[in-house]
Design a protein around this ligand. Structure first.
Ligand code: 5MM
Length: 339
């Protein structure tokens, strides 16, 4: 294992003024997103949507890398250029989602455990051959005011994340470790912080136990926010304070970077919170983004499957990418959203 090459890749993923574009929706999720804006749920429409994203002119100025999914990493533009080539020519690192999805956890009503370890070593080898430099695995933790997540669910997901990460590093891929505490529900921000801390503690305990090199990974956590149905919502500064306090308690300084997920936050709120996070100058890690919906959503609505809207949709994607790139430097402001 070439640890220093992996560490270089990890640092490049969170390079100053850049972040990651998560476009690794599974077929089911991508179809759902297309259907929401009236686009037929076909393989060709998924391909066309991903082509629109990857060919947005100048994407590499604010995006360091893209997370693809098995279907996408094997696809090409309508003109026949492989997506991997398109990404590389745009200066983007190529990542690949390698989990096979979160499934209902036996004996644990309302909870999920992420699967995909069977045969993973061979799949990773294939993805390296296809041009991937990093990988992603997402665990999903449901939260409520008292019962969820259970210790069993936290432990099972942490164990799987660590096994995935070790296999990735052995195969020459930087693992993105994504334990997502969901935003659904009426829980308070304090409860989110308590649960996020417990989850991350368990994840890092497993990573260390299984020999994962902390210098050669990226952590992709949720921000510490109140549940979507909680009547008391927080300012960007309050979110940033709780998030940094949580991460300082549990994320080792050896980790080269933290790239947040957006989790269903509106694009402007995610940018404002990411920007507020930069006020904490002495964090040991760069605080960046690995957003899916917060980057893609406005663009998808504009495109709506219409060729005539393609350029406007690409501009909407680039706008969100620029806002978040600025936010990683503490230079985002609401004025950037003015029409
Ligand atoms: C882009 O969506 C990813 C894949 O989701 P499914 O496997 O459920 O289809 C997802 O893992 C995503 O990378 C993260 O949730 C971050 O995306 P958001 O939209 O939360 O920033």
């Amino acid at each position: 294992m070439n640890t220093s090459a992996l560490a270089d890749t990890a640092r490049a993923m969170v390079a100053q003024g850049k972040g990651l574009l998560a476009m690794d929706e599974s077929i089911v999720t991508c179809n759902r997103r297309l259907a929401e804006v009236g686009i037929a749920e076909t393989r060709e429409n998924r391909r066309a949507w991903r082509e629109l994203l990857l060919t947005a002119p100048g994407l590499g100025a604010s995006i360091s890398g893209v997370i693809l999914v098995d279907e996408t990493i094997r696809q090409a533009t309508a003109g026949g250029t492989a997506f991997v080539r398109v990404a590389r020519d745009a200066g983007l690192l190529v990542g690949i989602k390698v989990d096979t999805g979160a499934q209902a956890m036996a004996m644990h009503r309302g909870e999920k455990v992420t699967e995909g370890l069977d045969g993973l070593r061979a799949r990773l080898e294939t993805y390296v051959g296809l041009g991937a430099s990093f990988a992603k695995w997402r665990a999903v933790l449901a939260i409520d005011d008292a019962r969820l997540p259970t210790a069993a669910c936290i432990a099972a997901n942490a164990h799987a994340l660590a096994r995935y990460a070790a296999l990735c590093q052995e195969s020459g891929l930087v693992p993105i470790i994504e334990p997502e505490v969901l935003m659904d529900g009426p829980h308070t921000q304090a409860r989110c912080q308590e649960v996020t801390e417990a989850v991350l503690r368990s994840v890092f305990r497993q990573l260390v136990r299984q020999g994962v090199v902390l210098e050669a990974m990226i952590l992709k956590p949720n921000m510490v926010v109140a549940g979507l149905a909680c009547p008391a919502q927080n300012t960007a500064t309050q979110v940033a304070e709780a998030t940094v306090q949580c991460l300082r308690r549990v994320a080792p300084a050896a980790v080269p970077g933290i790239a947040f997920l957006s989790g269903g936050q509106p694009g402007d709120a995610a940018s404002a919170r990411l920007n507020a996070l930069q006020a904490f100058k002495r964090t040991p890690w760069p605080l960046s983004f690995s957003f899916g919906r917060a980057l893609q959503q406005p663009a998808l609505g504009i495109w709506a499957g219409q060729a005539a809207h393609r350029a406007a949709a690409q501009e909407a994607l680039l706008h969100r990418a620029r806002c978040n790139a600025a936010a990683t430097l503490g230079r985002y402001s609401a004025a950037m959203e003015a029409p």
